[in-house]
Each structure stands twice: as structure tokens, then as C-alpha cells.
Ligand binder design. Structure first.
Ligand code: COA
Length: 258
């Protein structure tokens, strides 16, 4: 799928967790369409390698800052710094996430808290820190959170992540209502299983569940990172001007019920 060349020229964007997986695919797409992009995550090695890859393979310059979305003061400083470096912030993509497989009866309270903290609290922290910049975005600030179709279906053995993703969706609805007066649109993309991500490699393929999952996807394949990136661009660009407080599902019509 292709968007108009330079569809995002003049825009600035921050993608949390943008060094790897779906986040990196989003960065590539935003950058190729002309946006100036920053990424943040906890591991500097990942960030450095990603920025080098974006430059060498995609011809796009991306800046990075090390940050942990759980640390509200720390990530606020990072976002403030990025906003100053980029000369503003039009688009915030809340993509950073953590997850692991664990039956809920065995899950420690710290395990539960850790994933809620990264996924849900981290999204809140980033939205609040980015607000002063998003308020000033010329065509209306855009918040796009990466959720999951498991927010609706439940996520057996990853109940912590399922609950966090459901919380993110509700948070986006609240922000769309509260921050519409600032011209800010807040939406979320719900990916199904996306090839080459931890979610598919570790949580599906490594568990020997690839065939079982593919049988539940009428389009017959796992999605690609670019499929999610295309959805993000739709919401981030002029195409998303009158879309707020809602979900864009990108899952090949997957069905998880019995
Ligand atoms: N099974 C059960 N509990 C687990 C677990 C697993 N596989 N992995 C972590 N936990 C628990 C820990 O035991 C700990 O709880 P405890 O103190 O009661 O023992 C708690 O979660 C925090 O773990 P810790 O490793 O200290 O947290 P962290 O902040 O360093 O990392 C994650 C948390 C989620 C980022 C980590 O699990 C991780 O690196 N996951 C892989 C990367 C990833 O999630 N990518 C995104 C995929 S969508």
C-alpha cells in the first residue's frame, strides 16, 4: 500500500519502543513519508543499532533517547528533550510494551504490576508528558496507541497484558473526549499476530502454536509490521483528521472464539 509521497512532510513523531518489531516498522513508514522521527526505549544498544539501520537501509535520520516509560519523571524529561530537538511533536505512537507467558494462577503480583506498569501506566505517562507539544501541533496532535485484539477476547496466560491493553483502549477514549478541545485525536490500532515480533516468535511459534493460530485467521497468514504501520499512517495523516476515540483492527479477520 502506498501513501502520497511526503504525506507526512513537516510532521514530527515519537515512537516509544521504536527500535524493534512493530515499532521499527512504524518508524520506517513515518520516516519514508517525510516525518522527522524520534525513538525511545530502555536499551541503548538496541536504539543505536536501529538508528544505524534506519539510516543505512532506509535513508532516514532518526534520533533516540534512552528512557523507561514506567518512570514518569524520567520519560517526561526524555519527551521534553525530544520535543525541543524536533521543534515540536505532532504524532505520539505509544508502542512500548512488555509481555510474557504465565498462567494467571502462577503470576506474582510483581509480574502483574510490571506489565501493567509498562503497557498501561507507560502509555499514560507518555501521553501526559507529550501533551504540551501535541496541543501546539498545527494540524491537531495525534496519539496512536498500539493495543491488541486480545483486549476484547481476553488473553489466557497473558492476562496482565490483556488487561493492560484493554485499559489503554479506555484511556484513548477518555483522552479523545478530554483533549478534543485541543485538536488532539486519540486512537488505537489493534494488531493480530504480526510476523517477526516477540508476540509471534516467542508467544506463538516457540510454543508450537503456529498452525493452530493460522487456522483461526481467514486471510491465512500472519500480518506484517508494515500492515500496522499503514494503519498508523492513516490515523496520523490528513486521512485521520475526523477520526478519534476509536479502534483500527488489523488482524486478517482472526477469530479467537471456539
Ligand atoms: N514468567 C513469570 N513471571 C515473570 C516472567 C515469566 N516469563 N518474566 C518476568 N516475570 C516476573 C518476574 O518474576 C518478576 O516478578 P517477581 O519479582 O515476583 O519474581 C516480575 O515479572 C518483573 O520481572 P523483571 O524481569 O524484574 O522485570 P523487567 O522490568 O526487567 O522486565 C519484561 C519485564 C516484561 C520487559 C520482561 O519480561 C521482558 O524482557 N520480556 C521480553 C521482552 C518483551 O516483553 N517484549 C515485548 C513483547 S510484546
Amino acid at each position: 500500500m502506498s501513501f502520497a509521497e511526503n504525506a507526512l512532510a513537516g510532521k514530527t513523531a515519537l515512537v516509544t519502543g521504536g527500535a524493534t518489531g512493530i515499532g521499527a516498522a512504524i518508524v520506517r513508514k513515518l520516516g519514508k513519508l517525510g516525518a522527522r522521527v524520534a525513538i525511545t526505549s530502555r536499551k541503548e544498544d538496541n536504539l543505536k543499532a536501529a538508528v544505524q539501520g534506519f539510516a543505512e537501509e532506509d535513508g532516514i535520520e532518526v534520533i533516540y533517547r534512552v528512557g523507561d516509560v514506567r518512570d514518569s519523571d524520567g520519560i517526561a524529561a526524555v519527551i521534553s528533550d525530544i520535543g525541543s530537538q524536533l521543534g515540536g511533536l505532532d504524532i505520539l505512537v505509544c508502542n512500548a510494551a512488555g509481555n510474557f507467558i504465565c498462567p494467571t494462577e502462577d503470576l506474582s503480583s510483581n509480574g502483574w504490576r510490571t506489565v501493567i506498569d509498562i503497557d498501561l501506566n507507560g502509555t499514560f505517562n507518555c501521553c501526559q508528558a507529550a501533551l504540551p507539544f501535541l496541543k501546539n501541533a498545527a494540524s491537531g496532535g495525534r496519539i496512536i496507541s498500539i493495543s491488541s485484539t486480545h483486549a476484547d477476547s481476553g488473553w489466557p496466560t497473558a492476562a496482565h497484558a490483556g488487561a493492560a491493553k484493554a485499559g489503554i483502549q479506555n484511556l484513548m477514549k477518555s483522552l479523545s473526549a478530554e483533549w478534543g478541545k485541543y485538536g488532539i485525536r486519540a486512537n488505537w490500532v489493534s494488531p493480530g499476530p504480526i510476523e517477526g515480533t516477540e508476540g509471534v516468535d516467542r508467544l506463538i511459534i516457540a510454543q508450537g502454536k503456529a498452525r493452530e493460530v493460522l487456522n483461526r485467521i481467514p486471510l491465512g497468514t500472519f500480518g506484517q509490521g508494515e500492515d500496522i504501520a499503514n494503519a498508523v499512517v492513516f490515523l496520523a495523516g490528513e486521512t485521520g483528521a475526523y477520526v478519534s476515540g476509536t479502534e483500527l483492527v488489523v488482524d486478517g479477520a482472526a477469530r479467537w472464539g471456539s
